[in-house]
Design a protein around this ligand. Sequence first.
Ligand code: NDP
Ligand code: GDR
Length: 405
Amino acid sequence: MTQKTALITGITGQDGGYLAEYLLKKGYIVHGIKRRASMFNTDRIDHLYQDPHVENRNLILHYGDLTDSMNLTKIIQEVQPDEIYNLAAMSHVKVSFDTPEYVANADGLGTLRILEAVRLLGLTEKTRIYQASTSELYGLVQEVPQSEKTPFYPRSPYAVAKMYAYWITVNYREAYKMHASNGILFNHESPQRGETFVTRKVTRALSKIALGLQEKVFMGNLSSKRDWGHAKDYIRAMYLILQQEQPDDYVIATGITTTIRDFIKMAAAEIGMEITFTGEGVDEKGILTAIDEKLFTEKVGQKYLPALKERLSQSQSLSAQGSPSHSLSAHSLSAQLVGVDPMYFRPTEVDLLIGDPTKSNTVLGWKPKYDLQGLVADMMQSDVKLMKKESYLKEGGYQIMNYFE
Ligand code: NDP
Ligand code: GDR
């Protein structure tokens, strides 16, 4: 069998890194498009790096950008890919309210540029295209669970741009008989998740709090619900979609939804910390209410326990006084671990996502290996390890300098 060639846009992102590794293991030659940045931005694929001076490489990177059609056309012409995975996007929903025009250009028109390049280069029969569509298309709740037939109602510039990308993919499939498919992926996370998405923000912050490197974390809307899976499972679905004889659109989800609040509790419980939420809206607080000392010692380490117990005793004495939220503000080392800051609220929110993966289960034979508990465990284990490195550096006197002080 001849070796297949894949082109991944967004190879430096969470999904791009996992997908590149997965396809390389399957024997593909993988080409990736990366943006020029003022610092290295290849952390997620450094372990796959191959010296450009060595012959017969299987991983080849190209500088490029989804906003530059000439560049994309040139790369696609050069690579002649069997499969294109279009994962590149400005993928942060909140940030898309700050950069709506850019998002329309990169996430919306960027998809058109790829489809049109494949068409103009005469590759419509050779090249299969995967478009990274999203559960954000469902936006304002019309029905649950959300399936391939649920109407869209996007609620952010990001989702609106992705809606254009979704339909232009469908249109090129119908108009030019291209093998172009949408994966409507619900939220998927991992230790490689960007630090400003909610799950990773939580697992990083709780790890730092456990090690005494941070006092508390401020969050946005704690009541929204998400259907979270593991990125390692979801990139398998991308691959399966492109192996089908016919192109089509598929929901990839777990079918289980959880609030942000409960995700925080689960992540804390994973390392033996019990967090209880009190108050409402912007006054809501997550308080440390118990420690499973054995679990904490096993997952984090004995030496970090005394400081955390001190915080817990404050929590208990304050709640005995009957007014935790009022008294807490007086303490510099308080028992409050989570707060709410409206700066993280979105102008329009997506309240509830829960996917119906029946079609991908039956047609693709796709089933996730991780459940939410497994995902949380993987992320917490990884972030505790990461933050321990930071802790050791701090103990050794190597603190990150603030050059503006
Ligand atoms: P990330 O934000 O981790 O990665 C995005 C990638 O796109 C990065 O490699 C980034 O490069 C690149 N990129 C951004 N803008 C451009 C541009 N203008 N030109 C070229 N490359 C660009 O996202 P994920 O890996 O989490 O998601 C992958 C795709 O799937 C995205 O399209 C996202 O919108 C979509 N999606 C994600 C879901 C999720 O839960 N993760 C769910 C559903 C859809 P750089 O590293 O330089 O920033
Ligand atoms: P989302 O992911 O918007 O669903 O988009 P994100 O993790 O950013 O938010 C999920 C929910 O958590 C709430 N939230 C917070 N979110 C962030 N980022 N930071 C906070 O402090 C915070 N507090 C509460 C949000 O309001 C929201 O309701 C992700 C991205 O990967 C998209 O690219 C992808 O298309 C969708 O998932 C499916």
